[in-house]
Design a protein around this ligand. Sequence first.
Ligand SMILES: *Cc1c(COP(=O)(O)O)cnc(C)c1O
Length: 377
Amino acid sequence: MKQPIQMVDLKTQYHHIENEINQSVIDCIASTSFINGPAVKEFQISLEKYLDVKHVIPCANGTDSLQIAMMALGLERGDEVICPSFTYVATAEVIGLLGLTPIMVEVDEKTFNITAEIIEKSITIKTKAIVPVHLYGQSCDMEPIMELAKKYNLFVIEDNAQAIGATYTFSDGRTAKTGTIGHIGSTSFFPSKNLGCYGDGGALMTNDDELAQKMRMIANHGQEKKYYHKVLGCNSRLDTIQAAILNIKLKHLDSYSQARNQMASYYDSVFADVKELQVPERQYNSSHVFHQYTMKVKNGKRDELQKFLSDKGIPSMIYYPLPLYKQEAFQQFVDSNFQLPITESLCDEVLSLPIHTEMELDSMEYVCSQVKSFFNN
Ligand SMILES: *Cc1c(COP(=O)(O)O)cnc(C)c1O
């Protein structure tokens, strides 16, 4: 092995596209149009085309994109928004921050995602929106979720921070990219995300003209015309240099997803006969872009395995160790005896292995042989 194994290897990825990236960053600096420069518009248009969506609104990061989406829906203090409890904090954080009530629900134990069935049990008269998170890179089952939303007149905001590029297939054979199915989609370009820039970045997607206009206005201090402010907004822009980098990286996104899939299939085949491990379930109606390769360790030895791997120079991560409703910051939203058994067992069982676009076969073989030797397999 040429170098230590990493969860994500952004350095080698950069070396493969170094000339293109450097040139576009230098061009951007030379032009001095640092704020809303031409690269931002160019990226917006390229991403609209890639996702086949009417509007992309670039913004400063993924958390902002969720917040701007909530603000655009005209929700009121005390309105309830249903989201998973097994997700990154940002999903529920912005709900609480805006004075709305996050209703944190269970996830499906196989796909790690919320389902229409789970959501419906938590709908009340105060429910106004649902935030499905396409966790680890695979779409929630969106068709039944959209039908449910229609039945109860709810908004759907897809948190697509981990699944950009994934494709969902409807029962009639029609396909759509994740993030373009709900009323609004949100995403993040944090460096380690599947489409990552070299700092912070995010975007919103929608096919709704009115929502697009509102979100664009909110992200720009609530103004459509400079110095005339219609609503309270925020300052959330995608940096021009980041957009210039994303313009290069977007062209590689599909090949990156392919590389991740090859690695995942390799892990799957090697771990198939390790009975203590459950490899990630592939849903028949969604492609998987493997933001994470997350398996379940079924014999209660997850932490022991992680320590064992770490001693062998193999990093691994636990996404996520604590359900949101057990976090101190979220106690205000739940009773002290609130419990979601599947979420709690996932927090004890999941382990994500290194997966990225530049991993060499010998590194993968090494990871696999060490995992197998832990289980004496
Ligand atoms: C990364 C992430 C976010 C937040 O994105 P930032 O750009 O870091 O603000 C939100 N939701 C999920 C599911 C994420 O993984």
